[in-house]
Design a binder for this molecule. Structure first.
Ligand code: PNS
Length: 167
């Protein structure tokens, strides 16, 4: 029997956006299994706890059979190895992402050369999108509902205590 191709898609996901979900869905079409790894300490003061971030992603990918979501601490390559994953999937937006992601990919390769990093180019409509931009939009009352799944929209409204995200 062929060995399963397992990938880890890591991030802070504070919160998950439609840009992240686009990468998850595309990765799920390429690999036998995708494990979304939520870094517990990735953000200095995250808006959502790691468990909340995991639950929001789980709700958003419930239709995908081959996607699992789990939080992790410590070394990403160790988390990947524990799960039998030999690939780290990263989304790449504009040129600005490249330098940081290149550095991380080389650092991870240094830590474990058997784990490969693969990049999926973000779809054009999500080039500007990030968790930080979404949080900023909610803060200033902009319409961010097309940018995040509805569970995240509801969680953001509760967290910021706003009734609507419409302008
Ligand atoms: O969405 P982010 O904030 O870019 O995600 C960051 C994350 C979780 C991918 C990154 O902080 C990470 O890989 N953390 C684990 C620690 C680690 O292994 N670092 C890489 C080598 S120094």
């Amino acid at each position: 029997m062929n060995k399963q191709r397992i990938a880890v898609y890591p991030g802070s996901f504070d919160p998950v956006t439609n840009g992240h979900l686009d990468v998850i869905r595309r990765a799920a079409g390429i690999f036998d299994k995708v494990i979304v790894g939520v870094g517990r300490n990735a953000g200095k003061s995250p808006l959502f706890t790691a468990d909340e971030r995991v639950a929001l992603i789980q709700a958003a990918v419930s239709d995908l059979d081959n996607v699992e979501v789990e939080s992790f601490d410590g070394m990403l390559v160790a988390f990947a190895k524990q799960h039998g994953a030999s690939v780290l999937v990263k989304g790449l937006r504009a040129i600005s992402d490249f330098e940081y992601e290149f550095q991380m990919a080389l650092a991870n390769r240094h830590l474990d050369p058997t784990v490969e990093t693969m990049f999926l180019m973000t779809s054009a409509e999500y080039q500007f999108l990030s968790s930080s931009i979404v949080k900023e939009m909610v803060r200033v009352g902009g319409d961010c509902s097309p940018l995040v799944p509805s569970v995240v929209m509801s969680a953001l409204r509760r967290r910021f205590d706003v009734n609507s995200c419409q302008r």
